[in-house]
Design a protein around this ligand. Structure first.
Ligand code: CTP
Length: 406
């Protein structure tokens, strides 16, 4: 498997909701990664963000009505030529119009002529999202193969909060990129009915109330794994250590700090998990003593810091508390003899799979892309090169799913 991140032609539909401003950020994500984007706002969307902004950010002309540049027959060509149509935000009214197949403006007409995947990110007030009419419309669109994201929970237009927020542009972009690179099949709900646990980030082991021993893991790979599993229909528990990343919409997120916190959090959910993926960088040691007050510099030479061993969460679960049929995946971050060390770790930690990647000053940590080899206890080896962390996540879930099914 190699990089499948070829830029494509994207139609970005924008409806009239306060979240229209967030679509500017989403547009940026697409253009910065080389996609050719045509923005098609509805008339109401232009009350929130004007045509000039869309044209300047996309570098393409912007039209709302089918009459603009009619000689190019835009209501047919835009849809036919698109590799993906994304509507973000989609209002309750727009979902209803999609369901009955209206074509009275450029965006609805484009949706009728498009034969590519369609991704819709609704945003509205909680009552509108939960109304039976909207629920029925969403169900109909999903039956027709439209990818309808669930809105996020959080602050709405005013002071009120609830479900209905537009998911963060990064979340929408991640799904869009997966569909563009892996096709609609990548969103088949092959993890539906499964509970998966993912750990992410890097633990911090306190020396005193302000200092800690830590590592450079950003948590991005674990969060991407969680998003990929959610897209495939799983119930996801994400145990995140010190990751400055937004909760993936739909995941149960448990925030922890130390290896011991992480062990307790994993223990709580491990028994009900069909798969556990330990992407977190867990500190092997912690300071033997945690000072209650800040350590002072003083005048004498510093004392060496005594360390004690942390529990190996992964090895303990796979050796002592593995549920029948459970698939356990470890990560091995290595600087040298990467594959040999990975194989040794796969055996010693008794995992079904281990994801081996090379790390170093300028490799992997915090970056958007990843190169890794997925080694199986059955002797399999799959290398995944230069892909997004989301796509590496999908490659890992592909392997997990095939093991769960056998
Ligand atoms: N891991 C764990 N608990 C620990 C240390 C690591 O569960 N105390 C898990 C990590 O989440 C990862 C795997 O074990 O999935 C391998 O982690 P890594 O740090 O590469 O391996 P170590 O066992 O710490 O070996 P070493 O540092 O000697 O390479």
């Amino acid at each position: 498997m190699s990089a499948g991140d070829a830029p494509g032609r994207v139609v970005l539909g924008v409806c009239g909701g306060i979240a229209a401003y967030k679509a500017c950020e989403l547009l940026r994500r697409f253009t910065e990664s080389g996609h050719d984007v045509h923005v098609v706002p509805t008339t109401s969307a232009l009350k929130f963000v004007g045509e000039t902004t869309w044209a300047a950010l996309s570098g393409n002309p912007v039209a709302t009505e089918v009459w603009t540049a009619a000689h190019r027959v835009p209501h047919v060509t835009l849809g036919r030529q698109a590799d993906l149509v994304v509507v973000a935000p989609a209002t309750a009214d727009f979902l209803a119009r999609m369901v009955i197949g209206r074509s009275d403006d450029l965006l609805t007409a484009t949706l009728l002529t498009a034969r590519c995947p369609i991704l819709v990110a609704p945003a509205m007030h909680t009552e509108m999202w939960q109304h039976p009419a909207t629920e029925a419309n969403v169900a109909t669109l999903r039956e027709r193969g439209v990818i309808v994201l669930d809105p996020a929970v959080g602050r709405l237009t005013g002071a009120d909060t609830g479900i209905g927020r537009l998911p963060e542009p990064d979340e929408i972009f991640a799904v869009a990129r997966t569909v563009l690179s892996r096709g609609l099949r990548s969103l088949l709900p092959d993890l539906a009915g499964r509970h998966v646990v993912v750990t992410a980030g890097g633990t911090r082991e306190p020396l005193d109330p302000v200092r800690y021993l830590g590592n450079r893991s950003s948590g991005r790979q674990g969060f991407a794994l969680a998003r990929a599993a959610l897209a495939r229909g799983a119930e996801v528990t994400l145990i995140a250590a010190n990751a400055a990343l937004a909760d993936p919409a739909g995941a149960k997120v448990v925030r922890v700090r130390t290896a011991e916190d992480m062990r307790l959090a994993v223990d709580e959910v491990a028994a009900s998990a069909d798969a556990i993926v330990m992407a977190a960088a867990v500190a092997d040691f912690r300071p033997a003593v945690r000072a209650d007050s800040k350590l002072k510099k003083g005048t004498s030479d510093p004392e060496p810091v005594a360390l004690v061993r942390n529990p190996d969460i992964l090895a303990d679960i796979s050796s002592n508390r593995r549920r029948a049929g459970q698939v356990i995946v470890g990560f091995a971050a290595e600087t040298d003899d990467v594959l040999d060390n990975g194989r040794a770790k796969l055996a010693s930690k008794r995992c079904d799979l281990i994801v081996v990647n090379q790390v170093g000053e300028n490799l992997t940590f915090g970056s958007e892309h990843n190169t890794a080899t997925i080694l199986g206890a059955d002797g399999s080896s799959t290398s995944v090169e230069g892909v997004t962390k989301e796509d590496l996540g999908h490659a890992i879930w592909d392997q997990v799913v095939s093991r769960l099914e056998s």
